[in-house]
Design a protein around this ligand. Sequence first.
Ligand SMILES: [Cu+2]
Length: 371
Amino acid sequence: MEKQSTRLGVGLGLLITAFLITGLLGFSLTGRGSEQVLASSAGTKAQVRNFKLYVRDTTLKMPDGKQIYVFGYTDDPQGPAKIPGPVLTVNEGDTVNLTLVNDKDPTKTSFNPDGDGHTIHLHGLDLPSAMDGDPMTSPTQDSVKEGSQYTYHFVAKEAGTYWYHCHESATEHIQMGMYGAFIVLPRGGDTHYAYAGTPRFDKSYTLVLSDMDSGAHQQDYTNLHSGGDNPNWTQYRPDYFLMNGHAWPDIMDDPSSFIQATVGQHLLVRLINCGYTVHAIHSHGFHFTVIATDGRKLSDPYQKDTLLLAPGERYDILFDLNQAGRYMFHDHIEQNTTNNGDYPGGMMTFINVNNPDGSNPVPMSSLHMNG
Ligand SMILES: [Cu+2]
């Protein structure tokens, strides 16, 4: 927390003054407890936002029947891992307490009796080491082991599109599914703007892109449950390509990934590459305007129809949906539009733009869903 460290640096007198002011503003520096409204110096309302994430495993079923063992975060301790983890959304200025509860570590097996433990690294938030979720640089030099929990405590200082992932055995744990979107809305919480001063939009979608090597996942499961070698991650060869954890055509059953809008609307899409390979996202029907990347708005937005995302990168793009119809929106690295080699599949969705009466010049029944 930058304010806190600044205060510590300016001496005891100022420290006491700061605590007095803090007290007058009505919140504690630890900020624990239920959600409460804080008065920020800008006079707008900021909140304390509390989240709890657990780690679970599950099996992802691909459209071709392939079953992929995964582990990842969930906000439901009774449920399986969510791939990706839940979208965490806060407002700029909010104080965030994000607690990782490691009550049941899927990596703790008779072949790995201590379990690996896990962390939450907030990619792009530029936090101090103690809150950065990297066991190599954290003051405790350890991850959150089974039977313990840790609260990542910070102020969401800048609006933008970010993501979180585990940094324990990162190559393995991210690939196995430990990632999710972290969205900071601009101050004031108007959900129709991505940043202060960028154009208004009517609808928004967050697409978490990832890729999986099903053979490595199987080897990881075998290693954990029967012993044997760890996967050699330099031999990484992805065969499934996902948007929000789904491959085509299952993407079409996920309302958070299958884009539906009305002609004349403006659409924001947040693209987050949580995978290990680059993705070249291409839209039919529209050029889009790139308004921001990596949580920072651009001073000179530019238009594209194909956008290359390196691993870890995010882009915020705006569509002016000026024609009705149905349009492909997909990775143009064409082998990534397959499920283990079979087209169509993989990282592909639709932008459906209906007429105001709900009709569409391309009836769903006319689509050739099998390519
Ligand atoms: Cu982990």
